[in-house]
Design a protein around this ligand. Structure first.
Ligand code: AMP
Ligand code: MG
Length: 420
């Protein structure tokens, strides 16, 4: 028997960060930047207005107030995207929209609300003159050229995870492609004579293959590209054929056929095609696990593909995926933080631990009075997939503990965060 941590260390020791590729920025969400990105432009490119208002000289507002407006002659109007043609001389102003470049001579923008514009308009008057109702300090409501980013600045460092804001940042620098660590292709094979594909009629004695779907969705969720191999039958030929189709991938994940004393052929075939260890991991659910490498000859060269054999039970396969395959995929993608987000919560149920395994109990986490509480979803059998569909977290009971009593604190790995 090995611990969850030993199994994970061993798996991570086998997977490598993949190579970079240049691709369109919109396809890079969730990928890791493989280059330093420096700006070739100033952002914003020119001094511009942060408000709709009047561009003027701060000097001309001295002493202005509600009862003592400073009157200025309006010499033009500027929309965002157009360049000023007029200059602001003493005693004049230009009506300006947010984002429009600050005209020559102006150093400040006074917003509409601080002028008598509304009063003039409702009185049916023109805007050839404007009354300024506030004294403004120089630079008010002006966004300076390069105040966000100066030309030459290092804006995004190699290793940065690309979220929507980083993708927008690349666009704001005029970039449409960038260099990122590529996404791993993960080949998925379900095994078992009892399995039927979801689009086929269900014959007696058969069950639908759900693992392919759960695991494919997990792979996509964490940024990989699933390659579905389908269902391998419990025969040497079927399994060998399917596995061979998966050896172009960056990782092969099989489910089923790895338990001790299993009747399946899976173990024999896996053992023949590569080097593999069959582990009993001190965890619940998900005890049996296989890990190794499959070998493929590419001409003279041997290509080694990491292989993870998950248990067949739907809950076990998903939880072992979360604990072992997810960090491996993230590592291949160049991610550094591989841990699942974890919170502390008060458990609402007693959970016993009598055989020194790390228990991953399916729970619903809710916040009450500023404190997180976790309640078991119901029956916890490793074949009960509804225990996962009802859950938003996995309460982790350490292998060293005899269990927890209701009211005690536990760590909960969040499967997802819902808006509160
Ligand atoms: P095994 O690990 O092959 O002994 O399978 C353990 C249990 O999981 C058995 O009840 C299988 O029928 C079930 N099982 C295996 N593979 C799948 C799958 N792809 N989808 C749903 N259930 C499965
Ligand atoms: Mg099986």
């Amino acid at each position: 028997m090995i611990s969850v941590d030993e199994a994970l260390d061993s798996i991570l020791g086998y997977v490598r960060v993949l190579e970079p590729e240049q691709k369109p920025i919109l396809d890079c969400l969730g990928q890791v930047l493989a280059e330093d990105v420096c700006s070739t432009i100033d952002v914003p490119p020119l001094d511009n207005s942060a408000m709709d208002g009047y561009a003027l000289r701060a000097e001309d507002t001295r002493g202005a107030g509600d009862s003592s407006p400073g009157y200025l002659t309006v010499v033009g109007e500027l929309a965002a995207g157009s360049m000023p043609t007029e200059e602001v001389r003493p005693g004049t102003a230009i009506r300006i929209m947010t984002g429009a470049p600050l005209p020559q001579g102006a150093d400040t923008v006074v917003r509409f609300e601080d002028t008598d514009e509304l009063g003039r308009k409702s009185a049916g008057g023109g805007l050839s003159q404007i009354g300024i109702l506030r004294q403004a300090r120089k630079g008010l409501n002006v966004r300076r050229r390069g105040e966000d980013i100066a030309r030459g600045d290092l804006v995004l460092k190699k290793g940065t995870l690309l979220r929507p804001q980083e993708i927008g940042m690349l666009a704001s620098l005029g970039r449409t492609t960038t260099l990122v660590i590529r996404r791993p292709v993960v080949a998925l094979l379900a095994t078992g004579d009892e399995l039927v594909a979801a689009d086929q009629p269900l014959a007696p004695g058969k069950i639908y293959d759900s693992n392919t779907y759960t695991i494919a969705a997990e792979v996509s969720r964490y940024g990989g590209v699933p390659k579905i191999l389908g269902i391998g039958r419990d025969s040497v030929q079927s399994l060998t054929e399917k596995i061979d189709q998966g050896l172009d991938a960056d990782m092969l994940i099989t489910s089923g056929g790895v338990s001790q004393g299993d009747y399946d052929m899976v173990k024999d075939v896996l053992a023949q095609r590569g080097e593999i260890s069959f582990w009993t991991v001190r965890m619940k659910p998900g005890k049996p696990l296989a890990f190794g490498t499959m070998t493929k000859m590419e001409g003279e060269r041997e290509r080694k593909v990491p292989h993870l054999g998950l248990p067949g039970n739907p809950v076990s396969s998903m939880i072992t995926f979360e604990q072992f395959a997810r960090p491996a995929i993230l590592k291949m993608m160049g991610r550094e933080n591989l841990a699942k987000p974890t919170i502390r919560a008060i458990i609402d149920n007693d959970i016993g631990n009598n055989d020194g395994r790390r228990i991953f109990a399916r729970v619903i986490v809710a916040k009450r009075d500023g404190q997180y509480y976790a309640s078991l979803t119901g029956p916890q059998g490793s074949g009960i997939l509804t225990s996962m569909t009802k859950a938003n977290g996995l309460a982790v009971i350490p292998e060293s503990s005899k269990g927890v009593k209701a009211g005690e604190m536990v760590d909960v790995q969040m499967l997802d965060w819902t808006e509160e």
